[in-house]
Design a protein around this ligand. Structure first.
Ligand code: GDP
Length: 285
């Protein structure tokens, strides 16, 4: 069983536009993209393309040689179109569908699916809430209490795709995570992409390596999201990004070679991530 092998391997692995007044540092709701577009250039870039500031240190010609170019580089128009896919309307229903503890309890759906995995406390619920901030009726359920059953939660995003919030894996129960999630990752036919969350302030932990190994073992296409980027200084964030990019380049096969740094507090990178999800699920066509 891959679960046992993975457990065994665990030890080895290591200013809004001036007219709008000052841009708040935190938001209670997602900034509407039209407002973001009115930000001064530097802030606009920081919110929409948070990696750009760091890219000069990653590029081949900088000597670091970690990336050659930006792979996913959508226009503002594309990002705006993706925003409408994540906005609930009478014609675009965004809703919680159901929860499941086993794959055979999962709803049988034909539309493309994306799933989010990460260790407990990595910021997964906060990110999913940020993604659904234009669908205020969607309740992102959090079941963290000890003993509370951890479930996979399914959300329908219009006719476009399903988003699955997978149970977080914790230090006390990596086996539960592996057992529950393994079948889903291995057998879910409509799964288009797995988003694996890593805390940017902490870096890749041994627990994160369990999920990475699983994605690699099942040859899944996956994407690494770096959460909580607002917490670190630019220097610390750069150090982490360099390290994680190097890991992705040298230790992985299935990981998309562009990292997605995000903050659920400042919304940096959230619009870009929505656009990426819309793109890979064919929702922008
Ligand atoms: P989960 O267990 O992975 O669902 O994590 P949560 O979304 O519940 O977040 C865990 C903790 O990290 C909470 O205290 C959040 O407020 C905090 N957090 C989540 N995202 C961010 C972020 O982008 N920036 C900062 N500074 N804190 C965050």
């Amino acid at each position: 069983m891959a679960a046992a092998r993975l457990r065994h391997r665990m030890g080895r692995l290591l200013e809004r536009a001036p007219a709008l007044g000052p841009w708040p540092r935190t938001y209670s709701t997602s900034p509407v993209f039209a407002d973001v577009l009115r930000l001064p250039q530097k802030q606009l870039t920081k919110i929409v393309y948070p990696l750009r500031e760091l890219e000069q240190y990653l590029l081949v010609d900088s000597g670091a040689g970690l990336i050659e170019r930006r792979l996913f580089d959508p226009s503002f128009e594309d990002i705006e179109r993706a925003e409408s896919i994540f906005a609930a309307t009478a014609w675009n229903r965004i809703e919680y569908l159901s929860s499941a503890v086993r794959l055979d309890h999962a709803p049988s759906l034909r539309q493309p699916e994306v799933c989010f995995i990460g260790r407990s406390n990595v910021g997964k619920s906060s990110l999913i809430k940020a993604l659904f901030s234009l669908a205020p009726d969607v309740e992102v359920r959090i079941s963290k209490k000890p003993g509370h059953t951890k479930k996979m939660n399914f959300f329908r995003v219009g006719k476009h795709f399903t988003l699955v919030d997978m149970p977080g894996y914790g230090y006390r129960s990596p086996e539960d995570f592996v057992d529950m999630v393994e079948a889903y990752l291995k057998e879910r036919n409509n799964l288009k992409r797995t988003f694996l969350l890593v805390d940017s302030a902490v870096g890749i932990t041994k627990l994160d390596n369990i999920a990475i190994e699983m994605c690699e073992e099942f040859a899944l296409p996956y994407v690494m999201i770096l959460t909580k980027i607002d917490k670190s200084s630019k220097g610390h964030l750069l150090k982490q990004v360099l390290q994680i990019q190097k890991f992705v380049n040298t230790q992985t096969q299935g990981c998309f070679p562009q990292l997605f740094p995000i903050s659920a507090v400042t919304y940096s990178g959230v619009h870009l991530l929505k656009c990426f999800i819309a793109d890979i699920t064919g929702s922008l066509k």
